[in-house]
Write a protein of this length. Structure first.
Length: 90
C-alpha cells in the first residue's frame, strides 16, 4: 500500500502511482488506475498509465473523459462486468 506520506507530491502529480508501480516491479504499461476524481485520472495520464473512471466521486462522465479516462463506468460492479473491454481476463 502506498500512502500520501510516502511521496513528495500529491495528485495530480503522478508520484503515488509511480511509487506503487516501482514497488510492484511491473512496467508502467502494465498498470491500470481506477479513479473517481479528475485528479486521479490526471495523475495516471502523467504517469503514462491507462486510467479508468468511476462515476462514484461526484464528477461527470465528460469531466472524467477530458481528464484522460480510457473508459468510464457507473460503479465498480459495472467495471468488473466490463473487464474484457480493458483487456483484463478475470
Amino acid at each position: 500500500m502506498v500512502e500520501r506520506g510516502d511521496v513528495l507530491r500529491a495528485k495530480p502529480a503522478p508520484d503515488l502511482f509511480l511509487n506503487c508501480q516501482q514497488r510492484l516491479g511491473v512496467p508502467v504499461e502494465a498498470c491500470y488506475v481506477v479513479g473517481d476524481a479528475v485528479w486521479d485520472l490526471l495523475a495516471a495520464r502523467r504517469a503514462r498509465m491507462l486510467s479508468v473512471g468511476l462515476l462514484s466521486g461526484g464528477y461527470g462522465e465528460d469531466e472524467l473523459n477530458q481528464a484522460g479516462a480510457f473508459r468510464v463506468y457507473r460503479d465498480a460492479a459495472e467495471l468488473r462486468d466490463s473487464l474484457d473491454e480493458l483487456g483484463v481476463v478475470p
